[in-house]
Design a protein around this ligand. Structure first.
Ligand SMILES: NC(=O)c1ccc[n+]([C@@H]2O[C@H](COP(=O)([O-])OP(=O)(O)OC[C@H]3O[C@@H](n4cnc5c(N)ncnc54)[C@H](O)[C@@H]3O)[C@@H](O)[C@H]2O)c1
Length: 318
């Protein structure tokens, strides 16, 4: 399959991620078909797409006419055969259950054209393992997006043991036409790229809170107004280079030994989950969330992401 032969994409599983990823393909000019197991799921996906488009129009990212054209390119189905008809690119986003994904990839390979590229948005399952049930694993790769997919630029293109260079290059190029910022993950590793960094930070964050070094509120401030304040502009490796590797080496020499190397999530975290304090969706996690404040918090989060992306693009152009 050549990159410019891709005209239509099928998204398999139109939940939180599938609906947003489908919208990105449609906005970039591709025909998109969303496949899910029930009409209710598909209706919910279309409602999510409407809501996302509303935000993008309000923020001046797209014109109402562009939104309409994008929506016209999206169709839905509960028939897998129909979803794969004349489809050159398939992106799977069903729940993170290995057996479910393996069975699905078997079906996708049987029902799709022999050249069709099959990608999985898995958060961390092995692409090699998912592709192990297929006859042509060279056309199967990981394509990991970040939530909310229509707003976060990063996508990770993940090589399984048998993924071909052509498949990786095609997904990489496709990401660019979708307006995304792709990275190549050259070797499968649990948690892939982003989640390994995210959870390294979280392990230390939980440790610092549990040890009474800092409160949850102040820990978030350290990230938002210090470390994270830099990161949209210079990543951790650039930060070390700019700060001086001798300085960073000296700090590493005494600090690595002090950092958490816990092999399991801490009890305090486990207790919150066992007590049903799951964060905003249950009204309490580390913080409390009043039911009437929920939508506003999520709206503001999306607004920050949009403004930040606009600012990064403006500065890069300048
Ligand atoms: N939510 C996130 O933050 C996030 C981020 C990156 C990657 N992911 C990954 O993306 C995938 C999907 O996650 P999500 O958050 O969108 O889940 P979700 O539960 O919101 O959506 C999954 C959808 O798949 C559908 N589905 C279930 N079985 C199916 C089947 N056999 N065939 C077709 N559709 C089926 C469900 O009806 C649902 O609409 C997972 O692998 C997840 O790990 C999620």
């Amino acid at each position: 399959m050549k990159f410019d032969e891709i005209k239509k994409a099928a998204i398999i599983g139109a939940g939180t991620m599938g609906s947003g990823m489908g919208l990105c393909f449609a906005q970039a000019g591709y025909d998109v078909i969303l496949y899910d197991i029930s009409n209710e799921d598909l209706e919910r996906a279309l409602r999510r797409i409407d809501n996302s488009q509303e935000v993008l129009i309000r923020e001046g990212i797209i014109e109402p006419s562009q939104a309409e054209h994008a929506k016209d390119r999206i169709s839905v189905t509960t028939d897998l055969d129909k979803a794969l008809e004349d489809t050159q690119f398939v992106l799977e986003a069903v729940p993170e259950i290995l057996d479910l994904k393996k069975q699905l990839f078997k079906d996708l390979e049987t029902l799709s054209g022999s050249e069709t590229i099959l990608a999985s948005n898995t958060s961390g399952l092995s692409i090699t393992e998912i592709a192990s049930v297929c006859d042509k694993p060279e056309r199967i790769a990981g394509f990991h997006w970040v939530n909310p997919p229509e707003l976060i630029p990063l996508v990770e293109v993940i090589r399984g043991e048998k993924t071909s260079d052509e498949t990786i290059d095609l997904i990489y190029d496709l990401s660019l036409t979708l307006g995304k910022m792709p990275v190549r993950i050259n070797k499968e590793a649990p948690g892939i790229g982003l989640n390994r960094l995210q959870f390294a930070v979280l392990r230390e964050a939980f440790h610092m809170i549990a040890e009474g070094i800092v409160s949850a509120e102040d820990l978030d401030r350290i990230m938002k107004y210090g470390l994270g304040f830099r990161y949209p502009w210079i990543g951790p490796i650039e930060t070390a280079d700019l700060g001086g590797l001798d300085v960073f080496y000296n700090i590493s020499s005494y600090l690595f030994n002090e950092l958490s190397d816990a092999k399991k999530p801490p009890e305090s975290f486990k207790n919150l989950v066992e007590q049903g304090h799951l964060g905003i969706k249950t009204g309490r996690g580390f913080y409390e969330y009043a039911p009437e404040a929920r939508d506003e918090i999520l709206r503001k989060r999306d607004l920050y992401f949009i403004r930040q992306w606009k600012l990064i693009n403006e500065v890069k152009k300048a």
